[in-house]
Design a protein around this ligand. Structure first.
Ligand code: ADP
Ligand code: ZN
Length: 817
């Protein structure tokens, strides 16, 4: 009998591809093993075995596979079932899901670039012949493609050799150069508690009169304490007093001074024994029990707890229980770059059981987490990761936590699979018969709706931990302030007053402005012309630091012109403002303070993000200016004031969720203020202080916001009442995009009548020289989603059969919000 194998290739193919296999291969192969296969004229891919059968393909002559790469499956049956759900639901191919799920090191292909790992040296004698040939070739060439290696070894079956060397760490894939960030621990110094009182202090100075050098140090410390409101670093004291470290050490040994590290409870995990988790207070215990009770009847529970209510500590207890029961836990975060803090906290509690899965970690580390999970190893019991961690081979999952469930970054926009990690997590949990806990201080409308409908359990925490008060939120009317000339640049007198007071008290400040750059719009005062990006339909943003105009969509940049390109007058003016301008103004207003900025422009470099966070935590920064990067669940101890420079551009954003998102964003930024004992203060500057959303933010009225927004969604037929599928058409030719989108819309209207919106150009209709046009399919609550998608698929097939349209890219985005 002839045997065939269907495989999933990591490329967008509509169907599985079939290969010819031998009797022995048919016996050995199991679904989820990798095989090396030829594809196209001369490409090699790593594919996944899907299905062994005896039916030859009808359309083509099947090739034979090169070889089998695994002894046992690396993808589990349940995992594959989940991938299939994603492909189906989000209307993409299984190959695209596979590509998103598997570390590159797992799916070597002809184009993969391989190089030597300089950090590892290996003796030639330890290498087999084939291995040696590759290794040696890499002494002469810094990198090789897999297809070069085929030529070097003069055979096709080379992937196991390369895989072996990659897994040993001798070779590495070229793109992976990311290293983990380890913050430097700064040593601080203070007077020992004994000497708090005036008397004891006098006594000390008496005693030290016989040790003048040591006395000098104590006096220098006083001096520093008087001028600085923040902890004093050992290095600063040495500088100020001119003493040697030996003298400082002597003082520490005598118990006069003591040194310490800030945030000693967030230990760096380096194999120390885990610390005990915190004891929950009554409110937290109630919530914890509420969650457990809810799980008796519901598989998904929403934990709605205000910022700093101690949600994370509740998660810790739930995780503990799961781990004790021998189950795996997945902890999803919206963006892993923002999680150094949390990972450290979890490693403190769960030590080596924590595994972090991060697309920026090296291939080896990701492969290791994969294998550990597959083997249900001790080392991967709690997986912390961003959305792609969802696609890992869990074998024994008990709980999924989706923290900050409202965050937009859970949705993948490009490339496919365009999945929403929260929703895909709920499906994954149900496949594993596991529990799913969604947590947020500002739940998404759809999750709160589901909870209200009784689909999810709901548990609420309305107070901050330790009864710390919610920040006091004050709205500042910009129109009034400008009229009465109470503004300095973009700062109202109120904001300046509060900033001054906060700094005097030794606390830190966060200033939020949702635009980067210096000013979004450059406009000529004479003719009104503003410079546009040549590739995109947007005005360029002025960046003062480089004196450049930049496009935030394609990266195009040019020097700031001296005069208007249209009329030639030297009357170019800037309008609006971004983080860079705010940073400049703060520096001018508070020249003695340390100011830093956190936005896409300052966090590009390696570890730049972590460095800013660490120096802010260590209080090397007094005022931090930033975009929404600042909002995501960061836990700073000494921030007392948060200023939102301008709420209006958030509120006026053209999107049906703009109001919901503004509420979430402002509440989350506000939540960074006053997380410990002092009450935080928030100032929101706006031209519309009476806007409902601002009123709701300032009174912490989530329910009111929810009811009002939901009402709008009913009236205007938007999620969570209606569902949406967005189709985007892209092509460099304007007319072709128009014709294609019109044809498609007409076909859709024949089926769905008035529930089709568009085609319409988005606000930015051209990006990177491609025109974009959108069609929105609105799906009423009673209409079948499956049938809707099937109808779209049919139309899509006919569309692709039209020669003129074939070159137009169609992107289908299910739940595009
Ligand atoms: P959330 O996740 O709701 O923003 P966190 O869990 O981060 O809140 O808690 C806020 C702060 O309160 C953290 O610094 C945390 O360590 C502290 N905290 C919360 N619960 C407890 C507890 N039971 N015992 C001691 N400290 C706690
Ligand atoms: Zn551009």
């Amino acid at each position: 009998m002839t045997h065939f194998l269907d495989v999933i290739l990591p490329i967008p193919l509509q169907k599985a591809f079939t290969y010819h296999i031998t009797e022995a291969e048919a016996q050995f192969l199991k679904t989820g093993m990798r095989v090396a296969v030829p594809f196209g004229k001369r490409k090699i891919y790593t594919a996944l075995a899907y299905n062994v059968h005896n039916n030859p393909p009808t359309a083509y002559e099947p090739k034979t596979i090169h070889q089998i790469l695994d002894e046992s499956p690396v993808v589990t049956a349940l995992q594959l079932k989940h991938w299939e759900w994603i492909a189906h639901y989000y209307m993409c191919t299984l190959g695209e899901v596979m590509r998103a799920a598997m570390p590159n090191a797992f799916i070597l292909e002809s184009e993969t670039l391989i190089s030597r790992n300089e950090a590892v040296t290996i003796k030639d004698s330890e290498l087999k012949d084939d291995e040696f040939l590759i290794y040696e070739a890499l002494h002469y060439q810094s990198s090789l493609k897999i297809q070069d290696i085929v030529a070097i070894l003069d055979k096709k079956r080379i992937l196991p050799v390369v895989n072996g060397l990659v897994e040993k760490g001798v070779l590495q894939l070229q793109e992976e150069l990311y290293e983990k960030y380890k913050p430097k621990l700064v040593r601080y110094i203070r007077l020992h508690g004994h000497y708090k009182s005036e008397d004891k202090l006098q006594e000390l100075l008496e005693i030290l009169s016989r040790a003048p050098k040591q006395r000098e140090v104590i006096l220098a410390l006083f001096h520093l304490r008087a001028s600085e409101h923040r902890p004093i670093k050992v290095s600063e004291l040495i500088k100020q007093s001119g003493a040697t470290s030996a003298i400082i050490k002597a003082l520490i040994d005598k118990g006069i001074l003591e040194d310490y590290h800030i945030q000693t409870d967030r230990i760096q995990f380096e194999g120390e024994a885990p610390i005990a988790s915190k004891i929950l207070n009554e409110t937290q215990k109630e919530a914890f029990n509420g969650i457990k009770t809810a799980f008796n009847t519901k598989s998904v529970v929403l934990l709605h707890g205000v910022t700093s209510s101690g949600k994370t500590e509740i998660y810790v207890k739930l995780i503990e229980e799961q781990l004790e029961a021998g189950k795996q836990v997945l902890y999803l975060l919206p963006e892993i770059a923002l999680t150094t803090q949390l990972v450290q906290r979890m490693q403190g509690y769960f030590g080596e059981k924590v595994a972090v899965f991060h697309s920026r970690y090296s291939g080896n580390e990701r492969v290791e987490v994969w294998h550990n999970l597959l083997a249900n190893s001790e080392k991967a019991q709690l997986i912390i990761g961003a959305r792609s961690a969802l696609l890992l081979p869990f074998s024994n999952l008990g709980l999924i936590i989706v923290d900050e469930e409202h965050e937009q970054s859970y949705k993948q926009f490009d490339p496919a699979p365009r999945y929403h990690a929260r929703d895909a997590a709920i499906v994954l949990a149900s496949m594993h018969k596991a529990e799913a806990l969604l947590g947020s201080a500002t739940p998404s409308l759809e999750s709160y709706f589901n909870a209200n409908q009784g689909k999810y359990g709901l548990v609420e925490l309305t107070k901050r931990y330790n009864n710390v008060l919610m920040p006091d939120i004050e709205l500042v009317d910009l129109a009034d302030k400008y009229r009465r000339k109470r503004m300095k640049g973009h700062f109202s007198d109120r904001l300046i007053e509060e900033m001054t007071e906060t700094l005097d008290q030794g606390f830190q400040i966060i200033l939020f402005q949702n635009r980067r750059g210096f000013s979004p719009i450059v406009e000529c005062k004479s003719c009104g012309h503003s410079p546009q990006c040549p590739n995109c339909d947007v005005s360029l943003t002025y960046h003062q630091y480089r004196d450049q105009l930049r496009c935030h969509y394609c990266g195009y940049h040019t020097v700031m012109p001296k005069s208007c390109e249209a009329c030639g007058n030297a009357t170019l003016d800037t309008k609006g403002f971004g983080t860079e301008q705010i940073e400049g103004e703060v520096k001018a207003l508070f020249p003695d303070q340390k100011v830093a900025r956190m936005d896409l422009d300052t966090t590009r470099g390696k570890h730049a993000f972590e460095k800013i966070i660490t120096s802010f935590e260590q209080r090397d920064i007094d005022i931090l200016v930033g975009t929404q990067m600042l909002t995501k669940g960061l836990d700073f101890r000494h921030v007392k004031l948060v200023g939102i420079m301008n709420a209006d551009n958030l509120l006026n954003f053209p999107d049906f969720r703009a109001h919901e998102r503004s509420y979430q964003l402002m509440t989350q930024v506000s939540g960074r203020a006053g997380r410990t004992d002092v009450r935080g203060k928030v100032l929101i500057q706006s031209y519309n202080p009476h806007h409902n959303i601002l009123q709701q933010v300032s009174t912490n009225a989530y329910n009111e916001m929810y009811t009002e927004q939901l009402n709008d969604r009913y009236n205007y037929k938007y999620p969570p009442i209606y569902r949406l599928i967005k189709l985007t058409f892209k092509h460099k030719d304007y007319n072709r995009v128009n014709l294609a989108a019109d044809w498609y819309a007409k076909s859709l209207r024949q089926v769905f009548k008035s529930n089709i919106l568009g085609p319409e150009f988005p606000p930015i209709s051209r990006i990177r020289n491609l025109y974009n046009k959108n069609i929105l399919v609105k799906i009423p609550p009673q209409q079948s989603l499956v049938q809707t998608k099937a109808a779209i698929k049919r139309i899509d097939n006919s569309f692709n059969a039209i020669k003129d349209f074939r070159a137009v890219r169609v992107i289908i985005n299910v739940d595009n919000y």
